[in-house]
Design a protein around this ligand. Structure first.
Ligand code: UTP
Length: 291
């Protein structure tokens, strides 16, 4: 049902204030979990879901991301000279092809909705994905691939969702649920950052979205929402009722890498999942037991 999802937006224009001073000169999406920047995890997840066009909506620190997704002549030739084909593989294998990446400057960090809106002309009239790289998901099947597969069945818009403790609802976009059928939830309403007592549920949206181009009609109005920002949640809420809109309780564990504790948690979880680091990481953790 519906069109194939070919394009993805990666909003990387936030200020990353919670990670200062690390984010003074580089965007937080370039911070590594073990040895890979957050943005690369997101791009690889999108590739695994069949995405062919990668649109970065950037702010400061654009060059670090552009350079990361580009050939590095000096590094490539040095590794070639030294016969390090294994390392060449680690810097080349995941690179999108020339022409598949575009960069748009957000100019002012007016909110996530504004960042997505900045990419409207590159999206045109087709459904698209949005991935927030600071939400990292560890799963058997990449999270966006799970969503794309479901969207191919149910059509319309699909957002990745997970249950959060009620006292945390004011950090997230929260669903007002129409029908809850195991993993797939149909949505009646969406509220950005409600107080726990006002939250219509505890099911929150994480940084994975498949949206229809109609969402730009609302974003065109540039209306400010919670926190004085142009909110993507408000624009999505405005499209409810115009087509199917589902939340998918994806399989996997999500880490909020925009938060220091979440970032450390992800670093440990991803290190434990690696053959070359699991044993050493366990030793380290043991040495801190009782700390
Ligand atoms: P956050 O709410 O985490 O804000 O944005 P932030 O500025 O990145 O980080 P802090 O809170 O100052 O530490 C959520 C996502 O939306 C993007 C961010 O890059 C991040 O992926 N974003 C946010 C934009 O691209 N533009 C904006 O104007 C706001």
């Amino acid at each position: 049902m519906g069109k194939v999802i070919r394009k993805a937006i990666f909003p990387v224009g936030g200020m990353g204030t919670r990670f200062l001073p690390a984010t003074k000169a580089i965007p937080k999406e370039m911070l590594p979990i073990v040895d890979k920047p957050l943005i690369q995890y997101a791009v690889e997840e999108a590739q695994a879901a069949g995405i062919e066009n990668f649109i970065f909506v950037t702010g400061r620190g654009k060059h670090a991301i552009e350079d990361h997704f580009d050939y590095s002549f000096e590094l490539d030739s040095m590794l070639e000279e030294r016969g390090r084909s294994d390392m060449l593989e680690t810097i080349r294998s995941w690179m999108p092809k020339p022409g598949q990446i575009s960069y748009i400057r957000q100019m002012q960090p007016l909110g996530l909705g504004h960042a997505v809106w900045c990419a409207r002309d590159l999206i045109g009239d087709e459904p698209f994905a949005v991935l927030l790289a600071d939400d990292l998901v560890q799963s058997r099947t990449p999270c966006l691939k799970q969503m794309v597969d479901v969207q191919a069945d149910v059509g319309g818009s699909v957002v990745g969702v997970m249950d959060v403790p009620r006292e945390h609802t004011s950090r997230y976009g929260i669903l007002d649920i129409e029908k809850d059928a195991d993993d797939l939830v149909s949505i009646r309403g969406l509220v950005e950052k409600p107080r726990p007592e006002d939250a219509p549920s505890t099911l929150s949206i994480i940084g994975r979205y498949i949206l229809q181009p109609e969402v730009f009609e609302y974003l065109d109005r540039q209306e400010k929402g919670a926190g004085g920002e142009i909110q993507l949640t408000d624009a999505m809420a405005a499209t409810l009722g115009k087509g199917p809109f589902h939340g998918l309780r994806f399989e996997g564990r999500r880490f909020d890498c925009g938060d220091k504790a979440g970032f450390l948690d992800a670093s440990i979880a991803f290190a434990l999942a690696r053959d070359d680091l699991a044993a050493a990481t366990r030793e380290i953790l043991k040495s801190y037991a009782g700390a």
